[in-house]
Design a protein. Structure first.
Length: 300
């Protein structure tokens, strides 16, 4: 897969995730956050299971020496998704979809910092203002007013660290193991098992509640997890972590556009400005390094 194809795929993932915020919020009317998270990731695992099984039949490339064992790596990725998804879902109990989409975007500036610290991947200088611009654009998109913090907001803020770590590690892990679908399936299963175990201990899950949240679970499970997260794993094998974070941050723009189309929401002038700023930052993060490489090649 070429880099531009991977980046296009990540934009499609952002669109899928942008639409998912609303059904995630709806699902809280009938289920607790742990049970909802567990069921939707179990559904996502079912989607990718045939691909992972087919991949299993192919001879696996040798795993490079050093680094964590395969099982520990897969458990770690599943644990990061478990923390990120569950903390975000708990936050949606008491915060708005708008606040959640804004605060989730805080992982964007964390990703280049973590990628630099973990792998020594020094980002292009344009990434830093672009990352900050994406956060500012998301704030404009949410109304450009003061963010009144409630308990749910702090849960969503806490979710930004595991999300950032997952973005940094998932492409590296899929490339290291040579099995993106197995990585996707394994992390979904780990997240589902952990979430359902907590739900059994602290919630009162029931079949009637699952049925009541059926449509929300269907989209967030089959599409957002099964298609979206799997496509993320595949695409991130072919692009840098910082670029992936900036591209995925456009989910807030898609959330606003889908809200206007499906729910009759209307963007304010600051909202349109925020959409434009996020788009400009994404284009700059991709275009400026590309132009620099072309100039270097021409000079050589």
């Amino acid at each position: 897969m070429k880099r531009w194809q991977a980046d296009t795929l990540l934009l499609a993932v952002a669109a899928i995730w942008g639409l998912a915020f609303v059904p995630q919020s709806w699902g809280m009317a009938d289920m607790g956050p742990w049970g909802f998270t567990g069921v939707r990731f179990a559904l996502g695992a079912l989607v990718v299971l045939p691909l992972a099984w087919r991949e299993r039949a192919r001879p696996a490339p040798p795993t490079p020496a050093g680094g964590p064992p395969r099982a520990l790596l897969l458990l770690g990725l599943g644990g990061l998704i478990f923390l990120g998804a569950a903390l975000q879902q708990i936050g949606l109990l008491t915060t708005s979809v708008t606040n959640a989409s804004f605060l989730t975007a805080l992982y964007v500036p964390l990703v280049p910092l973590l990628a630099w610290a973990v792998f020594g991947h020094r980002p292009h200088p344009v990434v830093w203002p672009a990352a900050v611009g994406c956060v500012v654009g998301t704030w404009l998109l949410t109304g450009a007013g003061p963010v009144r913090m409630v308990a749910g907001d702090w849960w969503v803020i806490a979710s930004s660290l595991p999300w950032a770590l997952h973005v940094v590690l998932v492409g590296w892990a899929a490339g290291r193991l040579g099995a993106p679908y197995a990585v996707a399936f394994s992390q979904f299963v780990v997240c589902a098992v952990l979430s359902l175990a907590v739900a059994a201990a602290v919630e009162d899950p029931s079949w009637s509640a699952i049925q009541a949240a059926g449509w929300a679970l269907a989209y967030t499970g089959f599409i957002s997890v099964g298609v979206g997260y799997t496509a993320q794993v595949v695409a991130q094998r072919h692009t840098r972590e910082a670029d992936a974070a900036l591209l995925l941050s456009s989910e807030t723009v898609f959330a606003a556009l889908f809200g206007a189309w499906l729910a009759g929401d209307r963007l304010s002038p600051s909202g349109w400005l925020g959409c434009g700023l996020i788009l400009a930052c994404i284009l700059a993060s991709q275009g400026v390094p590309l132009l620099a490489r072309r100039r270097q090649a021409a000079a050589a």
